[in-house]
Design a protein around this ligand. Structure first.
Ligand SMILES: Nc1ncnc2c1ncn2[C@@H]1O[C@H](COP(=O)(O)OP(=O)(O)OP(=O)(O)O)[C@@H](O)[C@H]1O
Length: 235
């Protein structure tokens, strides 16, 4: 269970949001500049909140009151960046393995199971690409490599910052289905940022519509978004 209260002062506004989320895909949906990436960065430990508390299960990553701020590398949080952030001089396999201590070529599949690098590459359908460099890949293939790398850290939480925004419609739809399937297999919470309405509808188990760093209680979308377990969480 992700249990976070994040306050972050920014030049134009202050982020002030509470996230309480168990399993599934939580979508942060909002216009450019509304604070989505900053929230992910605070969760990951790449930016320090001005106040609040961030906990995942029993582990406290940040607590202003207690003076706790666990460094990003100890949080076991996977992060797929908007531009995938692959190392251009490394092969696909080396990109996926980056950051793992020598000999620790395992990856969490679901509780109690571990998956090898080979299985991770297979799952993401990139085994045949393992010796290529990022410049030799399509956008969809790069996205799969970034996902594989994020999963190799055995994350307890996966953050995805507009992971499909650079892709054309067909690949985007395929990967949406695969992302959903991955979440169901790994059984860890995903927090996904998007400003694409279709992506929201395809992926969200819960949604928070953001405006200037705060949950908006009256979303500006035209069509009803609440279907099944989808809901808007207020601050
Ligand atoms: N390092 C920083 N220092 C100061 N201000 C920042 C910094 N990073 C972002 N901001 C500002 O904080 C606000 C939120 O930015 P953020 O990138 O979180 O928004 P976003 O919703 O992810 O936008 P986008 O969808 O365009 O990526 C913006 O006004 C931005 O200019």
């Amino acid at each position: 269970m992700l249990n976070a209260s994040i306050r972050k002062e920014l030049p134009a506004f202050a982020i002030d949001i509470d996230l309480r989320f168990g399993n599934g895909i939580l979508v942060l949906f909002g216009p450019s500049g509304s604070g989505k990436s900053t929230i992910l960065n605070c969760l990951a430990g790449l930016r320090k909140p001005s106040g609040g508390r961030i906990a995942l299960g029993e582990r406290i990553f940040f607590c202003q009151q207690q003076g706790i701020n666990v460094p990003a590398r100890f949080r076991r949080i996977g992060y797929v960046f908007q531009d995938y952030a692959l190392f251009p001089h490394m092969t696909v396999k080396d990109n996926v393995l980056f950051g793992l201590p020598p000999g620790r070529h395992r990856c969490k599949k679901k509780h109690g199971y571990r998956m090898s690098v080979r299985e991770t590459l297979d799952t993401l359908k990139i085994t045949h690409l393992q010796n290529r460099f990022p410049a030799q890949l399509s956008g969809g293939e790069r996205q799969r490599v970034a996902l594989a790398r994020a999963l190799m850290v055995e994350p307890d939480l996966l953050l995805l910052d507009e992971p499909l925004s650079a892709l054309d419609n067909q690949i985007r739809q395929t990967l949406q289905k695969e992302l959903k399937q991955l979440q169901r297999t790994w059984q860890i919470p995903f927090v996904l940022v998007t400003h694409c309405h279709h992506e929201l509808e395809a992926l969200a188990d819960q949604v928070i519509y953001l405006e200037a760093g705060r949950p908006a209680l009256q979303p500006t979308w035209k069509q009803p978004l609440i279907k099944g377990e989808t809901q808007v969480i207020s601050a």
